[in-house]
Design a protein around this ligand. Structure first.
Ligand SMILES: [Zn+2]
Ligand SMILES: [Zn+2]
Length: 368
């Protein structure tokens, strides 16, 4: 029973965490260990991976403001790709036991808006309104660069024993890839899929695309990343420094018709238009990254060719659970992505390694 199991793990009063004090100003602090409320569990964090979005928040603030103002308040904790062990249960929580190994997803929608009611909780209409029940840990609520975090039970999934904690941090990345493949049609076996941008999400999309039976072309500029893409199963790689992307894709596809599906993961300003021109008539394009500049788009080509253009936010529609299933079955793995490990106390060095891609860093994992 919940009450007995809660007693099994000793929870300290305070914990180590890293808080935002201003743009680029991350400092170690001691914070009270949060207490799980109804429908929540306390997670003792065992590993957390650094993500490009962490750097965006650290330097520029949140994509949507937190209730009550700025995240640069000396308290807000970022970090959203974490895994851990259930340390305590909120009232009436019987979905988990203390000691369970778990992965988390970021977004718990408010549960009361029309988007959340339809399962589109990453598009919650009450985004950032804590009082209305919305949480996005590491974004609008405290995240994983700390020893503990509280999670809504809907954002927690049991992690099988055979997957190490550090590798499991890639489940959130896989959730984003799967969500993108889901909006592209879901049943992608036998479809041709172009992935633009061999960052973590692009590379994971290659792995998930192959696991789901697609023929995959990966495009990028860095040879080492393209090589890794091949190891992850890409059937073809295109270095866009050597060959124009649209031309290369037309050469690689039967009758030069282009690909059925495109996942744009680079955020390069020219990539959206290239994606549109690489797609076969009636094809689908999903943008998982974006440029901060306005992008030029051949809208006439989009309309004349009956193309579909989608944007995704985060890891919606239960995609994290499905990413975890692929990992548990050995169809994808987090291992090839992890290049560096640091202790939580060394977070600034870990972030620098990730940001400057020191020693071609891909995923940098931090452990307490
Ligand atoms: Zn992320
Ligand atoms: Zn909502």
């Amino acid at each position: 029973m919940a009450v007995e199991s809660t007693a099994r793990m000793r929870i300290p009063e305070t914990m180590r965490a890293w808080a935002l004090f201003g743009p680029g100003d991350l400092r170690p602090v001691r914070k009270p260990v949060p207490r799980p409320g109804p429908a929540e569990v306390l997670v003792k964090i065992e590993a957390v991976a650094i993500c490009g979005t962490d750097l965006e928040i650290l330097r520029k603030g949140l994509p949507a403001m937190i209730e009550g103002g700025s995240p640069f308040n000396g308290e807000h904790v970022i970090g959203h790709e974490y895994v851990g062990t259930v340390a305590a249960l909120g009232p009436a929580v019987d979905e988990f036991d203390v000691g369970d190994r778990v992965v988390v997803e970021i977004h718990a929608g408010c549960g009361r808006c029309e988007r959340c009611r339809h399962g589109a909780y990453t598009s919650c209409l009450n985004y950032s309104y804590r009082a209305k029940g919305h949480r996005a840990n590491g974004f609008t609520t405290d995240g994983g660069f700390a020893e503990y975090a509280v999670n809504h039970v809907n954002t927690v999934f049991p992690l099988p024993d055979h997957i190490p904690f550090d590798e499991a941090t890639l489940v959130v990345t896989a959730g984003t890839s799967i969500y993108g493949l889901d909006v592209l049609g879901g049943l992608i076996a036998g479809e041709s899929l172009l992935v633009i941008g061999p960052g973590p999400i692009g590379l994971m999309t290659v792995a998930c695309g192959k696991a789901l039976g697609a023929e995959v072309i990966l495009a990028g500029t860095r040879e080492a990343r393209l090589r890794l893409g091949r190891e992850l199963g890409a059937d073809h790689v295109v270095n866009v420094r050597d060959q124009p992307l649209v031309e290369a894709v037309r050469t690689l596809t039967p009758r030069g018709l282009g690909v059925d599906l495109v996942m744009e993961c680079s955020g390069a300003p020219e990539a959206v238009n290239q994606a549109v021109h690489c797609a076969k008539r009636g094809g689908r394009i999903c943008l998982a990254a974006f440029s901060n500049d306005l992008v030029a788009l051949d809208a006439a080509h989009l309309v004349r060719n009956n193309l579909y253009l989608y944007g995704i936010r985060g890891e919606g529609h239960g995609a994290t659970k499905r990413g975890l299933a692929l990992m548990a079955q050995g169809k994808i793995s987090g291992r090839p992505f992890i290049t560096h490990r640091f202790a939580l106390d060394d977070l600034p060095r870990a972030i620098e390694t990730f940001e400057k891609r020191i020693d071609d860093a891909i995923k940098v994992v931090v452990t307490p």
